[in-house]
Design a protein around this ligand. Structure first.
Ligand SMILES: [Zn+2]
Length: 274
């Protein structure tokens, strides 16, 4: 009970800060997707816990022999655990946390979302201004010019690409890889640039379901804070960012985020049921 009162106080305080802020952005991590049934990579039942950590030179290996990499990737028999993981992502649906973020964007309060999740759930939920810092599992990207395609769209552009591996960019003939960022691969320049610009504009950042320990994402809340902005953390657990946060809302994000949106609507006078 005491916990609930404390949580409600944090939600009220956070709502006030957000309403008073000029430019609120969000940094989102795996915690939000876990609540949609997507297993984490690390931790109990995680893909990498079962299979072992992937080699930290994945990108190097890809570039060394993209044809072999694609041949293996397209053969789902090779790795049943990985196929199972992929199927779990395919079945996942946005949860009330994702939908709350869509609502905040529609209210013109949330200006941008930087997500570390590759599962495409923000787009399925209906969010518009999203930067996927680790890429998107349903997209492909040219390593040379950063051009992206939906996998289906690429199928149409390059009907025969599965016979002519590795796939090539139809603009610059660069090698095409999955959009998801591999180990050892730099974040695409244009992606990082958007994140840096959005962070500079922000005077408030919501840190949702991430412990914000992996750079470059970990730097964004610190950047907002060091220029005088506010950090609002929404996470079931205490994290390294909690201490720097102006408000920390403890609990599942799919519960806290809709409550936060209702509170904000209460302040700005919108009908919370609409
Ligand atoms: Zn290209």
């Amino acid at each position: 009970m005491e916990m609930e009162i404390k949580k409600q106080k944090s939600i009220s305080a956070a709502a006030k800060i957000i309403v008073q802020s000029r430019y609120t952005i969000a940094l989102i991590g795996a915690g939000l997707s876990v609540e949609s049934g997507i297993p984490t990579f690390r931790g109990a039942g995680g893909l990498w816990t079962k299979l072992g950590e992937p080699p930290n030179n994945g990108y190097e290996n890809f570039l060394a022999d993209p044809k072999a990499w694609w041949e293996q990737n397209l053969n789902s028999e090779v790795d049943p655990e990985r196929t199972q993981f992929r199927e779990a992502i395919e079945k996942a649906k946005p949860n009330p946390g994702h939908l709350a973020l869509v609502n905040l964007e529609k209210l013109n309060i949330l200006k941008h979302q930087i997500t570390q999740n590759i599962d495409n759930l923000h787009h399925i939920a209906g969010s518009k201004n999203v930067t996927e810092i680790h890429g998107n599992r349903i997209k492909l990207r040219c390593v040379n010019c950063d051009m992206r395609w939906h996998r289906d769209e690429f199928d149409q552009i390059r009907l025969d690409w599965k016979q002519n591996l590795p796939p090539k960019c139809n603009t610059c003939l660069g090698i095409v890889k999955p959009d998801t960022v591999m180990f050892g691969e730099p974040i695409p320049f244009s992606t990082l640039n958007t994140c840096v610009n959005e962070t500079r504009l922000a005077d408030c950042i919501l840190v949702i379901g991430t412990s914000a320990t992996v750079y470059p994402a970990a730097g964004f809340p610190r950047e907002v804070s060091s220029s005088g902005g506010k950090i609002i953390e929404i996470n079931p657990e205490e994290t390294p960012i909690s201490e720097a946060a102006t408000e920390s809302i403890k609990g599942p994000t799919e519960d806290s985020l809709p409550k936060l949106v209702a509170e904000i609507k209460g302040i700005i006078g919108d009908d919370p049921t609409s």
